[in-house]
Design a protein around this ligand. Structure first.
Ligand code: APR
Ligand code: PHB
Length: 404
């Protein structure tokens, strides 16, 4: 019998762990639970095509690559992913490289788009994984404080329920599961930023072998990539910017101006821009990440600005900790790791929040900042360029801190 490659027509009526959302958090959790022999079901409101084409970031920490490999989901990553041993910082017309392995005792990162991670996990799940139902809009969760929470969802116009022992909200920042935690039982900490990113995809080989983060009086710029032939670049722009107001030439000219070096006429290679979008910047954490039989993971619990490349990696870390906890419960009956889940993850989440905030406020030019503020930024960047201690702190956070 050939393995199914399309989603099931309906989900079972009950399961052990009900997972809402088929982003990287929900899909990786389902993969890890399935491997541990724990029943679970994933309900996703969008269709497969939408979930697999949604443009997001593309940097994987060592720890994320390790868990994808351990769960048998890294075959294409190992073949097509680009290992990177460093990044370049540009400021004040200077360039400085951060050497990850040298500063972290061997850790590195990989360039492999979140979109590709999602495609790999969806394909594996449809072949030999737990049920994954697309176009299943979860409308609410009841009984979070009971021993039998229920997920309510609509699929093909029909209302359904999924009885669970546990529910995990992997439904992103705009999801519904977080709302099932009583307001008085949760607290959200937030920070917004007076700028956004204009992101482009371009069919041109990347102009650098490694990512380049540029601080400039004109605003931040980032050179990243998707493959040896596709570049991904970002520009700091005012909030509310309409991408249509930025012609291709204006974008390339502005990027060149922000990456400019004092002692070289280095210029970006230009090519056809195939996508343009504006991304808002936000920091947000909801505490606790567990309420009764209900857990939050990934963007459902926390958002980071993309400057530190932490979003996807935090989601992977959350579900790795949660899968270890469910596996311990399944094997020994102990709820110790489950009871520690929120505290364990929040410790890591706030570290990543701080690092992402640090990278964002050090490398972007706030429209209201004073020349004094700019001098402070340049002093911090110079410190990173001249002090191995400061550089090591950045490298350790960027490459990813050990999980536990
Ligand atoms: N019912 C079912 N599915 C839902 C619902 C709902 N009510 N609401 C949201 N979803 C789905 C979304 O369609 C999406 O596919 O939940 C999924 C959430 O996925 P992500 O937003 O990718 O969140 P997460 O898996 O936590 O991944 C975090 O995504 O945004 C990036 O930078 C972030 O890289 C990080 C990663
Ligand atoms: C990306 O490749 O999209 C990317 C890389 C690094 C970041 C943010 C985004 O910090």
């Amino acid at each position: 019998m050939t393995a199914p490659t399309s989603a099931p027509a309906a989900a079972p009526a009950r399961t052990t762990v009900g997972i809402v959302g088929a982003g990287p958090a929900g899909l990786l959790l389902a993969r890890l639970l399935h491997a541990a022999g724990i029943d679970c079901v994933v309900l996703e409101s969008r269709d497969r095509a939408y979930v697999e084409q949604r443009q997001r970031a593309g940097i994987l920490e060592q720890g994320t690559v390790d868990v994808l490999r351990e769960s048998g989901a890294a075959e294409r990553l190992d073949r097509e992913g680009l290992p990177h041993d460093g990044i370049e910082l540009r400021f004040d017309g200077r360039a400085h490289r951060i050497d990850f392995p040298a500063l972290t005792g061997g850790r590195r990162v990989w360039v492999y788009a979140q979109t590709e991670v999602v495609k790999d996990l969806v394909a594996l799940q449809l072949v030999d994984g737990a049920p994954l139902l697309f176009e299943a809009q979860v409308t609410g969760v009841t009984g979070a404080d009971s021993s039998a929470p229920t997920i309510h969802y609509t699929h093909q116009g029909v209302d359904h329920t999924l009885a669970c022992d546990y529910v995990v909200g992997c439904d992103g920042f705009h999801g519904v599961v977080r709302e099932a935690i009583p307001v008085e039982a949760r607290q959200t900490f937030e920070r917004t930023y007076p700028y956004s990113w204009l992101g482009i995809l371009a069919d041109v080989p990347p102009s650098s072998d490694e990512l380049v983060y540029a601080h400039s009086p004109r605003g931040f710029a980032l050179l990243s990539m998707r493959s040896p032939t596709v570049s991904r670049l970002y520009l700091q722009v005012p909030n509310g910017t309409d991408p249509a107001d930025w012609s291709d030439d204006r974008i390339w000219d502005e990027l060149d101006a922000r990456f400019a070096l004092a002692d070289s006429d280095w210029k970006l290679a230009r090519g056809p821009i195939t996508a343009k979008s504006v991304l808002p910047m936000r920091s947000s954490v909801t505490e606790p990440m567990r309420h009764g039989r209900l857990f939050l993971a990934g963007d459902a619990a926390h958002i980071v600005p993309p400057t530190g490349a932490k979003g996807l990696n935090l989601a992977a870390a959350d579900v790795t900790v949660l899968a270890q906890a469910f596996t311990a419960l399944h094997r020994t009956g102990s709820t110790q790791l489950l009871d520690a889940y929120s505290a364990t993850c929040l410790n890591r989440v706030w570290r990543a929040e701080h690092f992402s905030y640090f990278m964002t406020t050090t490398l972007h030019t706030d429209p209201s900042q004073s020349p004094f503020d700019t001098r402070l930024q340049l002093s911090q960047l110079d410190r990173i360029a001249t002090s191995p201690h400061a550089a090591a702190e950045l490298a350790a956070n960027y490459a990813g801190l050990p999980l536990n």
